[in-house]
Design a protein around this ligand. Structure first.
Ligand code: GDP
Ligand code: MG
Length: 181
């Protein structure tokens, strides 16, 4: 009998950003297609896998979320190392989470030991778009400027709650990674 050899790339995807921006909900939406309001905590679990096919190729996205340590700034080398794609997440109704994006990016580049920052596949994610214009405190122009200044990563506005652009973000991640190979 003929043996089928499956080729599958495993990509480590890191979700970074301030506590409360919706990182765990984004992961839950993508992995289980669910929105869990008192978001499940991934205590003792370092990552969750999700299989993903794109243009006939198979990928396993190994998605790393924090278990709340971001509040204590205690994420270090093992969490960051070997990352293929990094999602930088802020919430559209939380200005300081946007201001902190540069710090997250810097910290990541340092601890993951990235040699070529301008070409690393970052995706910028503005979450909670479902809250609407009236709660919005980060305007499109400043996001555009930020991206322009930081190597022009793709930018998506998402909602883990109402399922806006979540699958697209992960698809874009893989596309960015392919582009860079
Ligand atoms: P994390 O600390 O970044 O992991 O954030 P969580 O995923 O725990 O979410 C923090 C809070 O934001 C929770 O109360 C979620 O219900 C809420 N939340 C997460 N994503 C969304 C979203 O897309 N829209 C809205 N309105 N709330 C969200
Ligand atoms: Mg979380």
């Amino acid at each position: 009998r003929k043996q089928q050899v499956e080729t599958r790339s495993v990509l480590k995807v890191l979700i970074l950003g301030d506590g409360g921006v919706g990182k765990t909900c984004i992961m839950g939406r993508f992995i289980n297609d669910q929105f869990e309001d008192n978001s499940f905590h991934t205590i003792g679990v370092e990552f969750l896998n999700k299989d993903f096919a794109l243009t006939g190729k198979n990928y396993t996205l190994q998605i790393w979320d924090t278990a709340g340590q971001e509040r204590f700034k205690s994420l270090r080398t093992p969490f960051y190392r070997g990352t293929d794609i990094c999602l930088l997440v802020f919430a559209l109704d939380d200005k300081s989470s946007f201001s902190n994006l540069s710090l997250w990016r810097q910290e990541f580049l340092h601890y993951a030991d990235i040699q070529d920052p301008q070409n690393f596949p970052f995706i910028v994610v503005g979450n909670k778009v479902d809250l609407g214009q009236s709660s919005r405190t980060v305007n499109p122009e400043e996001i555009k400027q930020w991206c322009c200044y930081h190597g022009n990563p793709p930018y998506y506005e998402t909602s883990a709650k109402t399922d806006v652009n979540i699958a697209e973000v992960f698809k874009e991640s893989v596309q960015q990674w392919i582009k860079r190979e």
